[in-house]
Design a protein around this ligand. Structure first.
Ligand SMILES: [Zn+2]
Length: 280
């Protein structure tokens, strides 16, 4: 098989200011692109219209430039796979939704928030999406009667009992059990917003990303995304999940509500070198 030219990406969400944890991950992504003589893509993951703010998108670009990171393609520089804002890529996500629907991988879920709360077993510790008990699975036979995804949640039917394994370039061999470590996850939200998993898989393939560098908190998401990649018959990227940055008490920086933003550090007079020294 011919080796594809290395393409990496930075994919922040403009829902808050970038902090040290982001800086470390993005710096690693930048260095890996440089080491491979590759191309770095900046993708603004502004999918959620409620939580995304244009001024935060601007701040992300400025903060990463201040840190010394340079990218070849992005919302500010353009490039062959534009647009680089997820809010402008809806047609691709709809096409992806249609493929998943037609191939029998997703079903409409009409459970209310209340139904789900009552049915949920103990929520898994490090993940925000509780395991769905599967009560709408039989609706997979109605999927093709939907011409648009709006109005219900759409879930991916996971192969329960199958181990999804991959070799992470940083964290080593990984394996997650479908149906046990994660359940039928949402690919399209009732409020007509594509879910993170679907958008990321569609974009990484469309932008020809060969290596995904991101934080180790997304290892389990990678297992979900690999199922989507397979269902859509897309090329599988390599994965490199960075160690999470913790403070002196061992608490993840991302979980601290006073997490040090790059903005704050910069205003306090810290240099990019001093910020990068906080990375493990
Ligand atoms: Zn349901």
């Amino acid at each position: 098989m011919q080796q594809r030219p290395y393409r990496g990406r930075l994919a922040p969400s403009p829902t808050g200011l970038l902090h040290v944890g982001h800086a470390c991950t993005f710096w690693t992504a930048y260095r890996r692109v440089a080491a491979h003589n590759g191309t770095l893509v900046f993708r603004n993951e502004d999918l959620d219209p409620q939580r995304s703010k244009p001024e935060l998108a601007q701040a992300m670009l400025e903060d990463l430039r201040w840190l010394g990171i340079r990218w070849q393609e992005g919302p500010d520089t353009g490039g062959p796979f534009a647009p680089y804002e997820q809010s402008r890529r809806r047609e691709l996500y709809l096409e992806t939704w249609r493929k998943l629907r037609d191939r029998g991988h997703i079903y409409p879920c009409t459970c209310s928030r209340k139904d789900l709360a009552a049915a949920a077993a103990a929520p898994n510790e490090d993940d925000d999406e509780p395991i769905y008990p599967g009560r709408c699975r039989e609706k997979i036979y109605q999927a093709k009667s939907y011409h648009s995804p709006a109005g219900v949640n759409w879930r991916f039917l996971v192969p329960a009992g199958e181990a999804v394994a991959f070799d992470d370039l940083r964290q080593g061999p990984q394996s997650f059990m479908a149906g046990q470590d994660f359940g039928d996850f949402i690919v399209w939200r009732r409020d007509d917003v594509p879910a993170y998993q679907l958008a990321v898989v569609a974009d990484d393939a469309a932008m020809q990303i060969t290596e995904v560098v991101r934080g180790a908190d997304l290892l389990k998401s990678t297992a979900r995304q690999l199922l989507l990649v397979r269902a859509l018959a897309l090329p599988v990227p390599a994965y490199y999940h960075c160690d999470l940055v913790r403070d002196a008490d061992g608490l993840r920086l991302a979980k601290r509500h006073d997490a040090l933003s790059l903005r704050t550090l910069r205003e306090q007079g810290r240099t990019p070198e001093q910020v990068l020294c906080m990375c493990s």
